[in-house]
Design a protein around this ligand. Structure first.
Ligand code: GLN
Ligand code: ZN
Length: 764
C-alpha cells in the first residue's frame, strides 16, 4: 500500500508578507494592476516550487487569493450584489476589491458611484481568526460563471511544470455562509451547481485528474436542507470529470459521518487532529475504494508533532489501504516558516513547526510508512526528543503555578457581595452623574505613535526618549478628555502594540514572534503570541502606566486589562493540557494585576473580553461547557477586589443574543458592548433577558467612516432608556478608538458627551 502527501492549501501572504505590500501599494495608487498581478503570480510560483521541493505529491492550486477565497467563490458564481453596478463578462479587479473593501465614491453629481458603496460584510471563518466576505444573494439574482480563477491557476501551475490538484470551496459551505435578501440562499443551489459543473468540466479539459472540494460545514450541526444539498451536489459532481477529494476540517464529522461516507466521491479528507477518534469509525465504514486523506498534522497551531506516536497509529491503517497524509486543514492558518524566526529561545523553537516544517513532517511520515522507520531514524529521533523535552521542561511546567491552581477555591470566582450592594457602594464612592460617559480604552494610534514604536523596536531611540514620548501622548489624551468632559477617563493605550501581545510579552509562558504572521483578512495579518507553558506574572504589567495616568487627573482613571479568555483565544495555545486549564492560569495572573491596580488606588478596572464569544465551539452541544469555564475564568480574574471597586468589561465583534445568560453570569459591574450591527435588537435582547448590571450600549459606531450627530446618539439613548433602567446606563463608543483618526474622534466624542448632557437635562 502506498502513502502520499497532500497540502490542502498554503499560506498566501508570502514569507515576507509580499502580498500585503503589493495590495496596499496598489490600493494606494502607488503601483498598477500589472504589478499586483505579477507579484501574485510570483508568490504562487514560489509556493508551488516550495511544496514540490518539500515532497508534496498533491500540490494545491487555486488556494491563492487576492483577498479571500469565499469572495473568489462569489466571483466564480457571479454573485455580485446590484449595488456594485457590475455587468461585465467576468468580475474585474475593481469590482472584486469594491466587494471586499467598499468604494469611496467620486462625489460626481448624477453618477451612480457618487456616494460610494459599502463592502460586503466580513465575518469569522468558522472558529479561526481568518475573516471572509459574506456572500449576498438577493431574490431574483442570476448566477453565472464569472471567474476562471480555478482553471487559470491550474494551467499556470502546469505551464511551470507542476501538476496540481485544484481547490474549490464547496457549494454547500458557500451557500451556508451566504446571506439571503428576500430569498433563501439554498434556493440558488441548482443554479450554483450548474456553474460548479462548468468549472469541473473545464478543469477536466485542462487535464486535472483530481479536484479538492472543501466542505467544512460537514463538521457542523446541519439541517435537513443542508444535508439534502450535500447529497444532491455530490451526486451531480460524481458524473463529471475530475475525481473529487471532499475535504472536511475544523472538527469531526460526528453525526454527518454516514452522510459523508455515502457520497459518490473518490476521496474524503478528515481532520484527525481535532477528532482523532473518528479514524476507526471511518476506516470501518468507508468503502475500500474511497481514497482516504488523513489530516494528522495540526493546521491550526504551531506545535511540532510527535511523529513516532503518529506512526504507531497510522501503521496499522497504512498496511491495509492507500493513504494520503495531510495537515488537518489548509496551512493558511499557520505562519509560513519557522526559519524566519531567529530570536526565539532554541529550546522553545525546537517545539514548534510552521507551514514549511509541517510539510517536512508529512514527508517524514510518508517515508517511514512506505519504507520503514529506519529510513528516517534520525528525524524520528529528533521529533521524539523534542516531544520528550516538552513533557518535562521547566520552561513549561512550573510547580508553583500548578500548586496555586490546585489551591484555588470556588469562592475566588465570586465577588464578596451581590451586584446591588456593590453598585450602591460604587455610586457613593465614584459620585458620577447619571449617564456617565467613558471610552473603551485606546485612542488613535497615529502615524507618530506607530513610527516612534517602530524606531524604538529598531533601537533607534532610547528607552527614555520613547517613554517621554508615550507620556506626552498620554498626558495630552487625558487633558483632552477632561476638556471634552468625559467622566471616567482612560490613558489611551499608546504603549500597547496589541491588546494581547502586550500581555504576552509580560507574562511567563508566552513567546512573541517577529515574523510569524498569519492572515486575518485581506492584507491584514496578526502575530498571535505562542502560549507554550504554565502562565504566571513575574511582576505588575500595567500599574506604573495607570499610576502615571491617574496622577494627571482628579477624575477616575480606568485600569485597562485584557481578559483571560481573550488572551487565550488570540494566542497559539499549548496542546498538552485542556484549554480551560491554561485559561485558569491566565485568569490567576490577571487577577493579580487587578488586585495590584486596586492597591495602587484604581477605583475602576476594565477587563476586556472582546474574543469571548468567538471561542464558542462549532457544535452546539459543546457550548455550555465552554461558556461555563470561560465565564468562570473571567470571574476568577475579576473577583479579587473589594465591593467598592468597579469592574468593567467590554465585548465586541459578535452576535451576543444567544449567550446573554453567560454575559450576565460574568457579573461585571458594567459592560460596554458593540451594537453597531443592530442597536435595537441588542438593546431589546438585553432588556428581554433583564440584564441585571450596568450597561453601556455603544452609541457611536467607531467602524463607520462618519461622525455621529448628538441627536442620533440621544435618540439611541432614549431608546435604551425605554428598555433598560436609566440609572444603569452608560454612554460610550462601541469599541476602542485606536484605528480612528483624531479628526474623527474629537468631534464624535464631543457629540457623545452632548448627548449624555441632553439626557441628563431631560431627566432632571
Ligand atoms: N481596550 C481595547 C481598546 O480600546 C479594547 C479593544 C477591543 O475591544 N478589541 O482598544
Ligand atoms: Zn471592542
Amino acid at each position: 500500500m502506498t502513502v502520499t502527501v497532500a497540502t490542502l492549501g498554503f499560506p498566501r501572504i508570502g514569507p515576507r508578507r509580499e502580498l500585503k505590500f503589493a495590495l496596499e501599494s496598489f490600493w494606494a495608487g502607488r503601483s498598477g494592476e500589472a504589478e499586483l498581478i505579477e507579484a501574485a503570480s510570483a508568490l504562487r510560483a514560489a509556493a508551488w516550487a516550495r511544496q514540490n521541493a518539500l515532497g508534496v505529491d498533491h500540490i494545491p492550486s487555486g488556494d491563492f487569493s487576492f483577498y479571500d477565497h469565499v469572495l473568489d467563490t462569489s466571483a466564480m458564481l457571479g454573485a455580485v450584489p446590484d449595488r456594485y453596478g457590475w455587468n461585465a463578462e467576468s468580475v474585474d479587479l475593481a469590482t472584486y476589491f469594491a466587494m471586499a473593501r467598499g468604494t469611496q465614491g467620486d462625489g460626481a453629481a448624477g453618477s451612480s458611484r457618487a456616494a460610494g458603496h459599502t463592502a460586503q460584510e466580513m465575518t469569522k471563518w468558522f472558529d479561526t481568526n481568518y475573516h471572509y466576505m459574506v456572500p449576498e444573494l438577493a431574490a431574483g439574482q442570476t448566477l453565472r460563471l464569472a471567474s476562471t480563477k480555478a482553471v487559470d491557476a491550474y494551467r499556470e501551475a502546469k505551464a511551470l511544470g507542476f501538476e496540481t490538484r485544484p481547490v474549490l470551496l464547496g457549494p454547500v459551505t458557500w451557500l451556508s455562509l451566504a446571506k439571503g435578501q428576500g430569498a433563501d440562499p439554498f434556493d440558488f443551489l441548482d443554479d450554483a451547481l450548474v456553474i460548479y459543473c462548468q468549472v469541473l468540466d473545464r478543469l477536466r479539459e485542462a487535464g486535472a485528474a483530481w479536484v479538492q472540494i472543501d466542505e467544512p460545514v460537514l463538521v457542523l450541526d446541519l439541517d435537513a436542507r443542508q444535508r439534502a444539498a450535500v447529497t444532491r451536489a455530490y451526486a451531480r459532481f460524481a458524473r463529471r470529470g475530475p475525481k473529487v477529494m471532499l475535504a472536511t476540517y475544523f472538527g469531526g464529522l460526528g453525526d454527518n459521518l454516514a452522510l459523508a461516507t455515502s457520497l459518490p466521491v473518490a476521496g474524503l479528507h478528515v481532520d484527525l487532529v481535532r477528532a482523532p477518534e473518528q479514524l476507526a469509525r471511518i476506516v470501518k465504514s468507508a468503502s475500500k475504494d474511497l481514497c482516504l486523506s488523513l489530516g494528522v498534522i495540526d493546521g491550526r497551531n504551531v506545535w511540532r508533532a510527535d511523529l513516532e506516536s503518529l506512526l504507531d497509529r497510522l501503521e496499522p491503517v497504512s498496511k491495509v489501504r492507500d493513504l494520503i497524509l495531510a495537515p488537518s486543514c489548509s496551512l493558511l492558518h499557520t505562519p509560513i516558516d519557522l526559519g524566519l524566526e531567529r530570536d526565539l529561545e532554541p529550546e522553545i523553537a525546537q517545539w514548534l513547526a510552521c507551514a514549511v516544517q509541517k510539510v517536512e513532517e508529512l514527508a517524514i511520515l510518508k517515508a517511514a510508512l512506505n519504507n520503514g522507520r529506519h529510513i528516517v531514524a534520525e528525524a524520528l529521533d529528533a521529533s521524539s526528543k523534542a516531544a520528550a523535552t516538552r513533557r518535562s521542561s521547566v520552561r513549561i511546567h512550573d510547580a508553583a503555578v500548578a500548586a496555586r491552581l490546585a489551591a484555588a477555591t470556588p469562592d475566588m470566582a465570586s465577588r464578596r457581595s451581590p451586584f446591588p450592594a456593590r453598585a450602591a457602594r460604587q455610586k457613593d464612592r465614584l459620585a458620577l452623574p447619571d449617564f456617565p460617559t467613558t471610552t473603551i480604552g485606546s485612542f488613535p494610534q497615529t502615524e507618530a505613535v506607530r513610527s516612534a514604536r517602530a524606531r524604538f523596536n529598531r533601537g533607534e531611540i532610547s528607552d527614555d526618549a520613547y517613554l517621554d514620548f508615550l507620556r506626552d501622548e498620554t498626558r495630552q489624551a487625558i487633558r483632552w478628555q477632561e476638556e471634552v468632559g468625559l467622566d471616567v477617563l482612560v490613558h489611551g493605550e499608546f504603549e500597547r502594540n496589541d491588546m494581547v501581545q502586550y500581555f504576552g510579552e509580560r507574562l511567563s509562558g508566552f513567546a512573541c514572534t517577529k515574523n510569524a504572521w498569519v492572515q486575518s483578512y485581506g492584507s491584514r495579518c496578526v502575530r498571535p503570541p505562542i502560549l507554550y507553558g504554565d502562565v504566571s506574572r513575574p511582576k505588575a504589567m500595567t500599574v506604573d502606566w495607570w499610576r502615571f495616568a491617574q496622577d494627571q487627573t482628579d477624575r477616575p482613571m480606568k485600569g485597562m486589562l485584557t481578559g483571560p479568555v481573550t488572551i487565550l483565544n488570540w494566542s497559539f495555545v499549548r496542546d498538552d493540557q485542556p484549554r480551560e486549564e491554561t485559561c485558569r492560569q491566565i485568569a490567576l495572573a490577571i487577577r493579580d494585576e487587578v488586585v495590584d491596580l486596586e492597591a495602587a488606588g484604581a477605583k475602576v478596572i476594565q477587563i476586556d473580553e472582546a474574543a469571548l464569544r468567538e471561542g464558542l465551539p462549532l457544535r452546539r452541544r459543546d457550548w455550555a461547557h465552554y461558556l461555563d469555564w470561560a465565564v468562570e475564568c473571567f470571574r476568577l480574574a475579576a473577583s479579587g477586589v473589594a465591593d467598592e471597586t468597579q469592574i468593567h468589561t467590554h465585548m465586541c465583534y459578535s452576535e451576543f443574543n444567544d449567550i446573554l445568560p453567560s454575559i450576565g453570569a460574568m457579573d461585571a459591574d458594567v459592560i460596554s458592548i458593540e451594537t453597531a450591527r443592530s442597536r435595537m435588537e441588542l438593546i431589546q435582547a438585553f432588556a428581554d433577558y433583564e440584564y441585571p448590571n450596568e450597561i453601556g450600549p455603544g452609541v457611536y459606531d467607531i467602524h463607520a467612516p462618519r461622525i455621529p450627530h448628538p441627536e442620533e446618539m440621544t435618540a439611541l439613548l432614549k431608546l435604551a432608556c425605554a428598555h433598560l433602567p436609566a440609572e444603569r446606563l452608560w454612554v460610550n463608543p462601541d469599541c476602542g478608538l485606536k484605528t480612528r483618526k483624531w479628526e474623527d474622534v474629537r468631534p464624535a466624542l464631543v457629540n457623545m458627551v452632548a448627548a449624555a448632557h441632553a439626557l441628563r437635562q431631560a431627566g432632571s
